[in-house]
Design a protein around this ligand. Structure first.
Ligand code: GAL
Length: 465
């Protein structure tokens, strides 16, 4: 059977500046660059972001490979720490300007539409040291200055813009669960940072509307949506799942698309004494500057049950897990190596949720994919990774997505994480996700079986199942 996708569907893949470029010629360090400098043992095999996949030096050859796997669109991000010399005044670094101009031009010369994101976990460490990073509203305004430079420099050729990638991961990683530097554990700060990140996004949207001159230009945000499914019909499990959805998904989804926070979430945070500080003017900015397009990163669902202990239990700190426990559903289908459940139907559920509850806004799958460790074991005698498991994973997800589109969901594309195996934060190169393998010792890049397969899908705009 053949599944036909809408005309002009975006077939692509996503990466980011800090995960692909390497630190070459970069004047400033972001929080991950810095964390690796001070604590290399926190990174898998002590591999840091210094070389990443060498995109700074090999972007021409890399983009040629991306073309060979049929991509008609690619997302990457502009590193604040590469483009800007002085964060306060947002003066430009000429080498950074030249690099991103070259990348964008090279993508366009290959008929690949650039999707450009501005913040992908890569806060300049100086702004953390000086102001507390996203805890500070001054940093919010500095981000908007950086965004303005990007819109003005590249907006003539870039139409698809995004403010943040997975802001919730910054909240979780930096302020709750200690997987991003500087590993603070502080629930109240976490909530304020979530608000400040939203404010930064909405203010950047406002700036975009002010300076954009590209008639096709639009702006959005990329959110990791992890639908939270209750363990059972028990109302207590349902309540737990409802909170998890508010906390993980709606906290950015609602203000970004609807212009307002969910009243229920605000009430809970207020009762718990951790509600963010926001002025009337800031809430008005959020209200007026909603997005044009939504990017959704989906890897795995989230299953939730009622908490084991009473919400009134004593805790030294406010934590969202006060309201739910994670639930390991017996019999779930897993990607065991990565520790993630495989549940393609969630993509259909997301499609319908966006259609029914978010005005059927234009959206796309901005990341989906399968992380596999020791993937070299699947290389054949010619060196090609025979990743049939990835082909099946993509097929199953596209099938569910297609069902959502058939039912009217306004999905405009599917981007795999990632075009070329790249550096993945503290996991470094442990798990590989790409259409193209990367030997990190030699930087030799080889298209996997899935890459050849995807070209057919993209060229025909059709999935054969
Ligand atoms: C996402 C993130 C990416 C990449 C991916 C795979 O959460 O946006 O940067 O690391 O996970 O690990």
């Amino acid at each position: 059977m053949n599944l036909q996708f809408p005309n002009g569907f975006s077939w692509g893949a996503a990466t980011s500046g800090p995960q692909s470029e390497g630190r070459f010629n970069k004047k400033h360090a972001n929080v991950f660059d810095h964390w690796f400098e001070v604590e290399p043992e926190s990174f898998h095999n002590q591999v840091g972001p210094d070389v990443a996949s060498n995109f700074y030096n090999s972007y021409k050859e890399d983009i040629k490979l991306m073309k060979e796997v049929g991509l008609n669109s690619v997302r990457t991000s502009i590193q604040w720490t590469r483009l800007i010399d002085d964060f306060e005044t947002a003066t430009l670094n000429q080498d950074g300007v030249d690099f991103y101009n070259n990348v964008i031009d090279e993508l366009l010369a290959n008929d690949i539409k650039p999707f450009i994101n501005l913040h992908h976990f890569d806060l300049p460490v100086e702004l953390y040291d000086k102001y507390g990073g996203w805890e500070s509203k001054h940093v919010v305004d500095l981000f908007v200055k950086f965004a303005e430079q990007c819109f003005k420099l590249f907006g003539d050729r870039v139409s698809e813009w995004f403010t943040h990638n997975e802001p919730m991961v910054v909240v979780d990683g930096q302020y709750l669960y200690q997987f991003h530097y500087p590993k603070v554990v502080d629930g109240k700060k976490a909530v304020q940072v979530a608000f400040n990140l939203q404010l930064a996004s909405s203010k950047a949207v406002a700036k975009f509307k002010e300076v954009n001159t590209n008639p096709d230009g639009r702006i959005g945000i990329i959110l990791n949506l992890t639908p939270s499914y209750p363990a059972s019909d028990d109302p207590a499990d349902q309540k737990a799942a409802n909170f998890a959805n508010l906390w993980f998904n709606q906290i950015f989804l609602d203000p970004s698309i609807l212009g307002e926070y969910p009243a229920e979430l605000v009430e809970i945070l207020e009762n718990d004494g951790v509600l963010f500080e926001a002025t009337k003017e800031e809430l008005a900015i959020i209200k007026e500057n909603t997005i044009d397009i939504l990017g959704v990163n989906f890897y795995h669902p989230h299953r939730v049950k009622q908490p084991d202990v009473s919400p009134d239990s004593l805790r030294f700190n406010w934590m969202p897990v006060k309201y739910f426990d994670n639930y390991d559903m017996p019999g779930r289908r897993m990607n065991i190596d990565r520790g993630w459940e495989i549940y393609p139907k969630a993509l259909y559920d997301i499609a319908i949720n966006v259609k029914e509850n978010y005005g059927n806004i234009a959206w796309f799958v901005a990341e989906n994919g399968m992380g596999v460790s020791n993937e070299e074991l699947f290389q054949d005698e010619t060196g090609v990774v025979q990743d049939d498991y990835r082909i099946n994973f993509i097929k199953e997800h596209l099938t569910e997505l297609h069902k959502g589109i058939e039912e009217g969901s306004n999905c405009i594309g599917y981007h795999l994480w990632t075009p070329i195996d790249c550096w993945s934060w503290s996991n470094a190169y442990k798990n590989r996700y790409g259409f193209i393998a990367n030997n990190i010792h030699t930087q030799v890049k080889t298209i996997k079986k899935s890459g050849h397969w995807f070209k057919d899908v993209a060229d025909n705009n059709t999935l054969e199942i």
